[in-house]
Design a protein. Sequence first.
Length: 415
Amino acid sequence: MKERADVVVLGAGIVGVATAIHLQMRGRTVVLVDCRDPGEATSYGNAGVIEREGLVPVTVPRSLTKLVPFALNRKIAAHYRLVDLPRFAPWINALSRNSSPEAVDRYAAASNALSRESAREHHRLAGPAGIETLFRKTGWLRFYRTAESFAVAQASQLAQAKRFGLPFDILTADEACELEPHLTPEFHRAVLWPETESVASPSVVTKAYAERFVADGGAIEKTRARAIKPLQSGFEVETEGGTLHAGQVVVALGPWSMDLLRPLGYRFPLAPKRGYHRHYRPRGNASLGRPVVDMDNGFVITPMLDGIRLTTGIEFADRDAPPSPVQLNRAEPIARKLFPLGEPVEAEPWMGSRPCFPDSLPAIGQAPNHRGLWFNFGHGHLGFTQGPVCGRLMAELMTWTRPVVDPTPYSPERF
C-alpha cells in the first residue's frame, strides 16, 4: 500500500473522525488511520454525555484533610496502582499547580468556549448520519450526599455556571426522585443541568459519523501507524499495512499520541487516566431516563442500548497495565442502593484510558517544530463532548478559516 491524500488523520475515535469529516467538508481528501474500528477505545467506554457545564476540572484537594483519603487509596473517585505512582508524581505535581482558583478560572473560560458549541456541532454531524434518535435532551442529574459536598459545589461548579450564565435547577432528594422515580432518595441535594445532552451509545454515534465520512468519499485504513517521517514536502506515515503520503498529518490518537510524537522530539506531559464500566440489566420494571452522577463517589449510571452503564472515576496506572477494577467493585454495591441494578450484561468490565494534560485542556494546533503536522488530542474527560467542535476547530486552523473559537488556550506551544 502506498497511497496519497491531502491529509492523513491518525485516530478513529470521536476526535479523529470529526476532524476527518470537517476537513472533508472543506474539500480535502482524507485518509483516517487506526488499528481499531471507529468508535472503539475511549470513544466506546465513556458516559455518552455532551456536557455543557464542564467548567471545573479535576483538581488536587487543597486541604490535607481532603487529601489524606486519596493518599491512602481509599476513595472510589480516584485510585492508583502503587507500582505506577512514581511515574505519575511529576504529572500530579503539575496538576496541583493547576488546581489554584486562578487556574480553574482560566480553565473554565477555555472549556466554556468549546462546550457552548459542543451540542450544536454534534447535531451538525448527527443529522446527515441519520442518528438524531440516539440523542436525549433530558439533561443530567448530579447529586450530593452531604451538605458539605453540596457547599463545595456551590462555591465551584455553580459559581462558574452563574459566571457564564448557564441554567441549572437545585432539587431536593424528593424532587429529584420525581424525575427519576426508581432512584433511592439517599442524598442531600441534586442539581439538574438541562442543557447537557446524552446519547444511547457513544460508540454507535461515532461509528455512524465514520460511515457518513466514507459514504461522502473518505477512506479508512484499519492498520497501526508505526512512524511519521517528515519529507521535504509533506510526510510519510509508515503503517503495518504500508506507507501513506500526505501533505499534512493530524495526530488524534488520544492516549497513544505520544507513541508517535516522542521519536520526533516532543515531550508533552500527557498522562492516561484509566476508567472502567460495566452494563447491568435493570431489576423488574426499573428505568432511568437520564445520566445520574454520584458526585461524592465519582461514578455515573446512565441508560445505554446495552443496559444501565456504570462508569468509574480515575485510576492512575500505566496505560497498558492489566485491568484492576477496584473502583468498579467498590462502586457497584453503592450504585445498587441508589438504583435497582440487576445482573451484569458482560462477563468482564471494560477498561479504557482518558488522555489528560495537567491543565485539563486539549492540545489543538500545529506542531511547533514541524510545519504541516497537527495535534488534536488530550481531551481528558470531555472527549466525547468536545470531539465534533474540536474537529471543526482543527479543520479551520488547517484551512486558514476563521475559527469557531479562539484557539490560543489550546495551543501545543503552551508546553
